[in-house]
Ligand binder design. Structure first.
Ligand code: NDP
Length: 297
């Protein structure tokens, strides 16, 4: 091996990501994390931006969160993305949490500036940005949101900020009510067993699945409750689930003539917002096309 080659050895499937003596680490925490597609997506963008960074997955058990956060400072990581089940758990250990993230109780991005750790949520902005780049304006439209978990909180608050009229249906009705209170702007909890449910589904202009229904492997054959004929042309059906990229809900919606959008678009946009914060660059400079290529799209 020629001199100098060892310190620039290509790694993994990304080929062109190189490790130097100055390479800094950024990554994603989850538990489990092995399914994550963020490393492929981010390393493609990191390479395109010419950053001497590498993005790696870390399996962080919930009981190890305090030590892992201390590790960000000790190892001078650029920052990390945070996914299930840690988005709320990391909050007490950060120096600062952005107001939007504090409001929804969810951090998916930690930024390290000389040991000062701030937490952000890019899920809501990523969701809205994905709509925008598809020329969909949600302002003032009627939305049916399935789910009331972490991603639902981000999406509901983002849509409420755009004046949407939101109905929230969730397996646990009390959580839907809590989320309606949090979102404000007239958001309402909706009982899937109520006689009015089918009509709300039919009347919604935008329908968003934020539940895990449809997610492989365990729930791949499931979808939110939709009676025959309720979905129709003119509706937009957005599924946050991205494994598989065509869920059972999207297949049914497409057959009914709806416009359908899978979760990879939001994954890319929320990741791009995270990258713009870490790198201190404008969003327009983040290479979305490279992130798509990294995902094999
Ligand atoms: P949470 O665990 O916070 O919430 C899960 C939600 O799904 C709850 O509303 C829960 O209902 C519901 N749910 C789970 N299992 C069932 C079931 N068997 N029947 C009915 N409802 C069920 O998860 P997140 O909100 O963080 O994530 C949800 C999905 O969104 C995941 O698939 C995740 O991968 C995806 N996601 C995609 C993103 C993207 O960028 N595309 C970003 C973030 C998430 P209950 O309240 O009754 O328990």
């Amino acid at each position: 091996m020629a001199q100098g080659q060892a310190e620039r050895a290509p790694i993994g499937a990304y080929g062109k990501v190189t490790i130097t003596g100055k390479t800094r680490v950024v990554g994603v925490w989850g538990y489990p994390v092995g399914h994550s597609r963020s490393p492929a997506m981010h390393n493609a963008a990191i390479e395109a931006l010419g950053l001497d960074w590498v993005y790696v997955p870390f399996a962080v058990a919930p009981e190890a969160v305090a030590a892992a956060v201390a590790g960000i400072r000790a190892l001078d990581l650029v920052g990390v993305n945070v996914t299930v089940p840690l988005k709320r758990e990391v909050i007490p250990y950060l120096d600062e949490v952005a107001p939007d993230a504090a409001r929804i109780g969810s951090v998916n991005t930690i930024v390290n500036r000389a040991g000062h750790l701030s937490g952000h949520s890019t899920d809501g902005p990523g969701f809205l940005w994905d709509l925008e780049r598809r020329n969909i304006c949600p302002d003032g439209r009627s939305v049916l949101l399935w789910g009331a978990g972490g991603s639902a909180r981000a999406v509901a608050v983002a849509l409420a900020s755009r004046g949407c009229r939101i109905s929230i249906a969730n397996r646990t009705l009390a959580r839907a009510q809590e989320l309606a209170n949090l979102a404000g702007a007239g958001a309402k909890a909706l009982d899937c067993n109520a006689p009015s449910y089918a009509q709300v589904v039919a009347d919604a202009e935008i329908l968003v699945n934020t539940t895990s229904l449809g997610m492989a492997p365990a729930l791949v054959d499931e979808m939110p409750s939709v009676s025959d004929g309720a979905l129709h042309a003119g509706q937009i059906v957005y599924d946050l689930v991205y494994v598989p990229d065509r869920t059972r809900l999207l297949v049914a919606a497409e057959a009914a003539g709806c416009q359908t959008i899978g979760g990879l678009g939001m994954l890319i946009c929320q990741g791009a917002v995270s990258l713009s914060i870490w790198a201190g660059i404008p969003l327009v400079d983040v290479p979305l096309d490279k992130m798509e290529t990294g995902l094999g799209l």
